[in-house]
Design a protein around this ligand. Structure first.
Ligand code: HEM
Length: 128
């Protein structure tokens, strides 16, 4: 049986990898770089995000703290959905460069919020 602390380490490694990949892909997007379409760039982020979510679900089950019961986990799930939506706008869907840039910056703000929620276990980490 895998240890909780190992899952948390895996989760945090995936968090760093996921953020790094998102920032790099955003820079390539802003430069209209063909590197954005490399095969590994299309595959690796999905693998990382799958491990990120799988480790999260495993920790939720092991700790018995569930989203829609524990407020901070609800906040993480909702913010994750917003982050995914903004990420899709930034890297694929938005038509203009301005909207893509705005979505890319906003997605990073949401990501930082998620990390703050994780570290404080508070849905409103920047309040009092
Ligand atoms: C982009 C999405 C996510 C980011 C950036 C993120 C970030 C983090 C970070 C930095 C930690 C480590 C906290 C510490 O060291 O004390 C953590 C822990 C954790 N995360 Fe996530 N997380 C994300 C998604 C999720 C989701 C969707 C869930 C579950 C619904 C989740 C559940 C947990 C749990 C249960 C812990 C362990 C808390 C503890 O035992 O201290 N995470 N997360």
């Amino acid at each position: 049986m895998i240890e909780y602390s190992a899952l948390r380490t895996l989760h945090v490694i995936c968090v760093v990898a996921s953020y790094t990949l998102f920032v790099v892909r955003g820079v390539w997007m802003l430069h209209a770089s063909p590197r954005l379409n490399q095969r590994w760039v299309r595959v690796v982020p999905h693998v990382v995000d799958t491990f990120l979510l799988a480790s999260a679900i495993a920790m939720v089950v092991m700790s018995g703290q569930y989203p829609f019961v524990a407020g901070w986990l609800t906040a993480k799930v909702v913010a994750l959905i917003v982050y995914i939506g903004l990420g899709m706008l930034a890297l694929r869907r938005a038509r203009t460069r301005g909207v893509r840039l705005a979505a890319w910056v906003a997605a990073q703000a949401v990501f930082i919020y998620i990390v703050a929620v994780a570290l404080t276990r508070q849905a409103l980490p920047f309040v009092g």
